[in-house]
Design a protein around this ligand. Sequence first.
Ligand SMILES: C[S@@+](CC[C@H](N)C(=O)[O-])C[C@H]1O[C@@H](n2cnc3c(N)ncnc32)[C@H](O)[C@@H]1O
Length: 190
Amino acid sequence: MLDQFAGGGTTLVEAKLLNRDIIGVDVNDAALTRCREKIAFEHDGADGKVYIRKGDARNLDFLPDSSIDLICTHPPYADIIKYSEDIEADLSRLKVKDFLEAMKPVSSECYRVLKKGRFCAILMGDTRKNGCMVPISFEVMRIFQDAGFTLKELIIKEQHNCRATGYWKTNSVKYNFLLIAHEYLFVFRK
Ligand SMILES: C[S@@+](CC[C@H](N)C(=O)[O-])C[C@H]1O[C@@H](n2cnc3c(N)ncnc32)[C@H](O)[C@@H]1O
């Protein structure tokens, strides 16, 4: 398994619990330290091996072609949440247009390292700018399709940590429709 935007290490922990071996990559040393702390636990039956390394999701040249069974990852949503101030390769420092350009090599590296017929799950959210919706997730979906992936599933995940969730949730229930208080989990197949 691979998570090339490992962040706080949630996917690494879950992989270990599920007995899956996983490679976690992040560009930020603070994230890597957090990952190492999080995976340092013992639990009955949790025998997945976790390999952590510093790197850039746009260039995974340490991995051979068609070597990964499953990709499960969660990139930044452009600069909506900035994960660092001065790490040049950190995609969370990029405005939407540049972020989408940067996601092209990310998608082609995903396609290259994944085995044929296997799945690549990407969690992405949207934003608003000047009162208008900016559907970053659908742009990213198209980029992954252009890289060669087919879209197997589109799963909607409720967003719990967003400031507007309470407001949108109340009104969604009241009026019986959904506005952005959710993210998309795109499940692509190579
Ligand atoms: C949304 S967070 C991941 C959160 C993670 N799923 C968790 O549960 O904690 C995105 C991560 O991508 C990392 N990142 C940004 N640009 C990167 C790049 N070019 N290559 C690898 N990691 C990058 C950031 O440092 C941040 O830790």
